[in-house]
Design a protein around this ligand. Structure first.
Ligand SMILES: CC(C)(COP(=O)(O)OP(=O)(O)OC[C@H]1O[C@@H](n2cnc3c(N)ncnc32)[C@H](O)[C@@H]1OP(=O)(O)O)[C@@H](O)C(=O)NCCC(=O)NCCS
Length: 241
């Protein structure tokens, strides 16, 4: 928009460095404790290690997500496209306080979960994905987010929504999550209902979810060999979902 200046000015043009614009576009980060890394034994006896993704891994993850979003079943297309956008938003610093968690078996990428902190109290769940089916990997990845939110970040509420039947079944129903009145409350993922877990409800019931689903708990005392075996992210050769 242009208007004539109401006074004589000594400079008709002001040049801006994009470095001056960036602080207005990028949210200043909160002090967020990292996810420490944990293992869990799957039903078939294999060990999945859940660690934070590194920013350097984002391009390879986005490359794979482009292939996942081509799958036209079980909502992998819409979730894949949104996850791709969220990884890009994290990579390009256009998400406020995001966290990006990978489920790995011997380095191979089998599970994904991400979210972000709206503020000190409210943790927004973004997406969860099983990249290998049948091992309740998605169920575990989502549980890891809730554990991270309540036990490590000190969130008071966890806000989620569901695009898919499998997602709603696993956690909306599986964790018996209440929802806020709609349309007064809308989740940032398309304005759908906000399903939520409070700290009180987590302590009373939800904390036991993974034990019920998988028959075991997260283990935080991770042997160094497991950390090493999962240091190098291996992108799966094929999309098998
Ligand atoms: C939702 C999601 C993360 C749940 O993952 P999950 O907990 O690992 O479970 P799956 O969806 O793989 O499997 C669900 C059930 O169907 C069975 N199943 C489905 N597809 C299967 C397949 N190809 N092979 C074997 N089993 C399969 C599973 O064994 C499982 O049965 P169970 O309840 O007895 O364990 C996963 O379905 C997913 O990534 N969906 C696409 C993205 C999505 O919808 N994300 C959530 C957004 S709301």
């Amino acid at each position: 928009m242009l208007l004539d200046p109401p006074t004589v000015v000594s400079q008709n043009e002001i040049t801006l460095s994009v470095r001056e614009i960036e602080p207005l576009l990028q949210a200043p980060p909160m002090n967020v404790p990292p996810w420490p890394g944990a293992t869990i034994t799957l039903k078939d006896g294999r060990t999945m290690y859940i660690r934070e993704a590194t920013l350097e891994e984002a391009p390879a993850m986005m490359g794979y997500m482009k292939r996942v979003m081509e799958q036209d079943h079980d909502f992998y297309d819409v979730v894949g496209a949104r996850v791709h956008a969220e990884i890009a938003g994290w990579y390009r610093k256009r998400l406020k306080d995001p966290y990006t968690l990978l489920g790995l078996i011997d380095g191979e990428w089998v599970g994904f979960a991400n979210g972000r902190l709206m503020n000190e109290d409210i943790n927004i769940s973004l997406h969860t994905m099983a990249l290998a089916r049948g091992g309740r990997i998605g169920a575990i990845m989502y549980y890891v987010k809730t554990y991270y939110a309540f036990e490590i970040l000190g969130s008071k509420e966890f806000w989620a929504t569901y695009e898919s039947y499998n997602g709603w079944h696993r956690w909306g129903l599986g964790m018996a999550q209440p929802s806020y009145p709609w349309p007064e409350y809308q989740h940032e993922l398309g304005g759908a209902r906000v399903y939520y877990v409070t700290k009180k409800y987590w302590d009373a019931v939800v904390k036991d979810y993974v034990r019920q689903m998988v028959g075991t708990d997260l283990v935080f005392d991770v042997p160094v060999e497991i950390v090493k075996a999962n240091e190098q992210l291996k992108i799966p050769q094929d999309v098998t979902v």
